[in-house]
Structure formats: C-alpha cells, structure tokens
Design a binder for this molecule. Structure first.
Ligand code: ZN
Length: 218
C-alpha cells in the first residue's frame, strides 16, 4: 500500500531539507504544496487557470482546490509507492480533507512532527543573513561571518530578507501555532503522530525520522 508521509513543523524546523533527504532514501517524490501551487499556476489546464486567477487576485487558494490538487498529484505514477508531503495539512479542515483523500485512494497516512525548541528556532530564523553577491547563508548565532555583516568569501555585504525581520517571524510562528496546533492534537489523539527531535544536526534528524517511520510498522 502506498504511504503518504506528512512532515509537520514550523518554518525553520528543516522540513524542506529533511523531506528531500527522506524522499531520496525512500525513492518517492517530495511534494511541497508551495512548489505545486507555483507549478500548477503556470500550467494551461482548467485547474491551473483557476489557481492563477485566484493568485492574481491576491487571494488564498481554498482548501477544496488544494485538496483537488493534492489528489491529482497523488494519482500520478511517481507517487505509486507514496510520497513525502510538506505544507499540507496546515489546518484541521485540511487534515480532514486529507483523511478523505487517503481513504478514497486506499493510502496509508503517517504524520511526523519535527520539534525544535522555540529559542533555537528563533535563533535559526532571526540570525539568518545572506551574502548579496554569492548567496552564502550565514547565521549570527550558529555560523557567524568573521567580520560582522561581511561575507568571508568575497567581502560583500550580508543582508536580511524583509520577511526575516523579528516582527514578521513572530507573526508567522504565532499563526503556525494557532492553525497547526489543532492538527497536531487531532493526529496525536488518534495515535497517528510521531515526534522527532529536530534540534540535532540534519543527518541525525534524518535517522530519527526514518526510525519514526519504521515505527509505524511500514
Ligand atoms: Zn559572498
């Protein structure tokens, strides 16, 4: 039976990196809803035109449209053995839609939550700076440049993205807690959630993830 592995965790928890590593190891695609939306918005299909229209109007794609997209994506041949899902569900109604999809498609659903202590997450996100020239990413807490705000490699200035400022980060984390907390409670109450310590180095986190998944009896 194909298994859908949902990775949960706030921005900065390393879902993208972990999803890619896990996908390679399990030889299944990593499906990130953000990428999927961008791709579908460019495609000349009824759904693509609908998504583009919604995005052009500056609106959010509805849960039903998202669910339809995911259903279509999961039906493709490369998902025959399952996939890693990142970015869905974010809310409880989305979690219930995903349950319907997996039930209809006779798919197993595993949910893993990558946990990072909030103070470490905060440092990961607020300490980020990127070289304006070569794109090297620094972190003032974990990977500081030798000279403040200057790239070690080429001497160009480092900059922080506008949406990486502290207010914006605090807002995003609060929104994540408010929306996704109920999703975690929902999966947890049904015994479908495994927690993984995301504070460790990426390779270790990946090992814990694989252990958590094999713990589902797959
Ligand atoms: Zn540089």
């Amino acid at each position: 039976m194909a298994r859908i592995i949902v990775l949960m965790g706030p921005q900065g928890a390393g879902k993208g990196t972990q999803g890619q590593m896990l996908a390679e190891r399990l030889n299944v695609p990593a499906v990130a809803t953000g990428d999927m939306l961008r791709e579908i918005g460019r495609s000349d299909t009824p759904l693509g035109r609908q998504v583009k229209q919604i995005q052009d109007a500056g609106q959010l794609v509805s849960d039903e449209v998202l669910a339809e997209m995911i259903k279509e994506r999961l039906s493709r041949i490369d998902c025959a053995r399952g996939c890693i899902l990142d970015g869905f569900p974010r809310t409880l109604p989305q979690a219930k839609l995903l349950d319907e999809i997996t039930k209809q498609g006779n798919l197993d659903l595993f949910v893993v939550n990558i946990q990072v202590p909030r103070d470490q997450l905060w440092k990961r996100l607020t300490g980020r700076a990127m070289c304006s020239h070569c794109g090297t990413i620094y972190n003032s807490y974990f990977k500081p440049s030798k000279q403040t705000n200057v790239c070690d490699l080429d001497g160009h200035a480092l900059y922080t993205r506008a949406d990486d400022n502290e207010d914006a980060i605090a807002r995003r984390l609060a929104a994540y807690d408010a929306m996704t907390g109920p999703v975690l409670d929902y999966y947890s109450s049904e015994g479908r959630l495994r927690d993984v310590d995301g504070a460790a180095p990426p390779e270790e986190v990946n090992r814990s993830l694989e252990e958590a998944i094999s713990g589902f009896g797959a």
